[in-house]
Write a protein that binds this ligand. Structure first.
Ligand code: COA
Length: 416
């Protein structure tokens, strides 16, 4: 099966998570992604949080599948020359170095554009260009704090809380992938490349859109009726942390199921969708609530929503999370079990859909990774293992026209 991005060559000058997540996605869809890494050490994640001595860490392998690895010291004259050749032959250069690092290396946008006017240069930075923090180095949690996610996550009586989901890293990488694909289509129209820049702060803000909605509602009316603070608690002038409340106008909460005392994930998420109130009452064996004026409307329910959740927890007390969901699904109630990573790793449906895949690795044996969350009717991304450091160096240099002797010289000068 041919892949839509076949023929697109990408210089993957990325490290850690945000950049690699972007280029990995493009590699799944057929792009030739050449990961450029410093000789000897490579991407820092190769050695971070290792679970097998001397083998690439899962942090690296799970973000760099389907790529080729070229070791190259881009600060030596020989290394710069190799990168220049590569730039001339490539469609996209992706990087997520600290602000100014690429310029200090001598590869400014002007220089890259001069070398190859068709090249798309895609960057991740912590803050957007011109922002008063645009000189800062940024990691995941910094972005979550600067993007409004931390101030609105957690419980009202606790501190700002970061999410386990990589809102700053992988999410930014996904935004960048959309930018690159858009620029590729744009290049088809104009024949020219362009700069594509995504900041981690902006990408987090984009996902916190509904919290900016809430800030404006709060400014206007002074309360937010779907938050647990309403109607008994106090609101200040900023969007509060709402715990596990449903954010979209459908009250919801994480509720205990059988076994919660010993199993940290024996919970379901239960949503009280307005028009599903009648089936909810029937599922819970509370038909009298259907017409009771204290319960019949969303507005009437809100003042005692936590009493309602407590009643649902009584109903859940003798049911596992799976049993509960199996009953509730028959009543069309939006709900799901709270799944641990162990359950996700072994979920047969996720294995069958290719979302969780087992891939081989030359040093590690096989490992689990997350495959493409995007499913196509005409493409089934095949996930391969990540490359060893410099595994494809000679092959790529030969493709660039270097002879065996020249390649040997590059090795002995430690430029590759
Ligand atoms: N050959 C020679 N030098 C190389 C190289 C190569 N192949 N690859 C990287 N380098 C150099 C860089 O040019 C830079 O040199 P300089 O400081 O002299 O300019 C140096 O390695 C370090 O790069 P830097 O990006 O500063 O790494 P860091 O480990 O200090 O910082 C981050 C890491 C992630 C904090 C920083 O890169 C950053 O803020 N990136 C933007 C936001 C981002 O993507 N964050 C991470 C999300 S997962």
């Amino acid at each position: 099966m041919s892949k839509p991005l076949e023929g697109i060559k990408i210089i993957d000058f990325t490290h850690v998570q945000a950049g690699p997540a972007c280029t990995q996605l493009l590699a799944w869809f057929g792009a030739d992604v050449i990961k450029v890494e410093r000789p000897g050490s490579g991407d820092v994640t190769r050695s971070q949080l290792r679970d097998i001595p001397d083998a690439d860490a899962l942090y690296f392998t799970m973000l760099n599948s389907n790529k080729r690895s070229l070791t190259l010291d881009t600060k030596t004259p020989e290394g710069k020359e190799v990168l220049e050749k590569l730039v001339k032959e490539s469609d996209v250069l992706v990087e997520n170095f600290a602000p100014g690092a690429l310029d200090r290396m001598g590869f400014t946008w002007e220089r890259l554009n001069e070398l190859n006017p068709k090249l798309i240069v895609a960057s991740v930075k912590g803050f957007s260009d011109g922002h008063h923090y645009d000189d800062l180095k940024v990691y995941e949690n910094v972005a979550q704090c600067a993007g409004g996610a931390a101030s609105t996550t957690g419980f009202w009586d606790g501190p700002p809380t970061v999410s386990a989901a990589a809102l700053g890293d992988s999410n930014t990488g996904m935004h960048l992938a959309i930018g690159i694909l858009t620029a590729l289509i744009g290049r088809g129209q104009t024949g020219r490349g362009q700069k594509v820049a995504v900041s981690m702060q902006d990408s987090v803000i984009n996902l916190c859109r509904v919290k900016l909605r809430d800030q404006q509602r709060l400014d206007r009316v002074g309360y937010l009726e779907e938050y647990p603070q309403y109607p008994h608690g106090e609101f200040s002038d900023v969007v509060p942390r709402g715990g596990n409340a449903g954010g979209g106008g459908q009250p919801g909460w994480v509720l205990k199921c059988k076994g919660w005392e010993t199993d940290p994930n024996a919970y379901i998420y239960f949503t009280i969708q307005g028009h599903a109130w009648e089936p909810i009452c029937r599922a819970l064996g509370k038909p009298e609530w259907i017409s009771d004026p204290n319960y019949a409307t969303a507005q009437a329910r809100q003042p005692h929503i936590f009493d309602i959740f407590a009643t649902i927890e009584e109903w859940l007390a003798d049911k596992t999370k799976y049993e509960a969901v199996d009953i509730l699904r028959k009543f069309d109630i939006p709900c799901a079990p709270v799944l641990s990573m162990k359950e996700i790793a072994n979920d047969p449906s996720l294995r069958a859909s290719g979302t969780i895949v087992e891939v081989p690795h030359k040093e590690r044996g096989s490992y689990l990774t997350v495959g493409s969350p995007i499913k196509f009717s005409g493409l089934k991304p095949e996930i391969t293992g990540s490359p060893l450091l410099g595994e494809h160096t000679d092959e790529i240099l030969a493709e660039l026209g270097y002879s065996k002797d020249q390649i040997a010289n590059l090795h002995s000068s430690r430029s590759v």
